[in-house]
Design a protein around this ligand. Sequence first.
Ligand code: PLP
Length: 435
Amino acid sequence: MAEKIGKEKRMDKLAVNGGKPSVAKGLIKAWPPIGALDRKLVLESLNSNQHTMGPNYVAFQKEFAKWNGNKYAIFTNSGTAALHMSIVGCGLGAGDHILVPAYSWSSSATCIMHHNCIPVFVDIDFDTMNIDVNKIEAAITPRTRAIIVVHLHGLAVNMDKVMKIARRHKLRVIEDACQAHGALFKGRKVGTLGDCAAFSFNQNKCLCTGEGGMFVTNNKDMFMKAQSLWSFGETRSPIESRDYHAYALGWMYWSNDLVAAFGRAQMSKMDHYFKTQRANGALLIAELKGMPGLILPTEPKGHTHNWYNFTSRIDMKAAKWSGEPQKFRDAVMKALQAEGAPVSVWQNFILPAMTVFQAKNAYGKGCPWECHLTQPVDYNPVKFPVAQRHTDTHFGMTNPLRAPNGKNVVKAVARAFKKVFTQLDQLDVEKILKK
Ligand SMILES: Cc1ncc(COP(=O)(O)O)c(C=O)c1O
């Protein structure tokens, strides 16, 4: 029976303390849903004799470009490859400084070093978890040539503000849309708002091909440069008559027809997936509003979230915890996991604190930071307190909001959150962490 505590009701015994879990085993379905079309297209590709640049490869690029509203799209073997292609597409090179948020996936920043450019970090905004648009200008140096914005967890960055700054300082803008398929800013899709963009299709992403990515742009020159990097530094695409000549430094970033066939099948369900995530995200927010100690993700006016990763933070003061925040966060997470809610930490480190930046050990021998074309940069992690606070207090969740999961799953997960957050005083942190 529930007992009233303040406005909230204390619920049954926590699963971490021996009670019954809130989410039944097997209730949350795995991602992505595989159906008849996936099997048909993949099998047809397998049974064809075109396993590299086959018809699915070409069609997938066209279909993605159409769906997202881009003129050009290049299918890659990862989002990281598409990010590297964005650097090159924008004409960036040795010694150039490129701004990037201090909190993201490592390759949002390491892609910059792939082309001998230098990352310069900008702190994030706590509410949106995205780059703090009000701190961008202070980070611009005489060497700054571009900004990478990351639409983190599926929430678009305020691109009006970013593009205004970029125009004022003549900077290129690359969108890391690896997590943001379908997300909108003022009704426009991410990947159409800057100069070029990268999407990821790894296992966990809103469009999954196992691994993979897409470079997109509306600019022909950027497309040609990115294509050259993608394909051995050649100037002709693999479906044209090639001269097998390396005109520039190139990599081998192709994927293959089988993977493209899987991508096409998943792509055809994208609008349904997006709708499902929107409905599930809205329901979860409505269910959890006002929980003491729980800071829910936001969706500012003009932004349409895709709820890729439903990331919450713990308000340590409201939770009456004065010790190390990570400890309490980890205990809360374990309590949620025991209830059956699949939550996890997304990043344990802010980017500037990672060894590759602290030791500046990228290509060895000081490269690229000691390039004579650049200027020194400072990666002192204390300069990014908001990113650190977020890192220490956050936990995220993906699957329960994805198709085919619906209302019943969201309600069960919401019950798990409510159960834990109404009984934070029942958590024996040290004991839970030892389990
Ligand atoms: C924000 C962000 N950027 C870049 C990447 C890299 O994508 P991939 O793993 O496909 O290379 C990811 C995903 O892992 C990501 O979440």
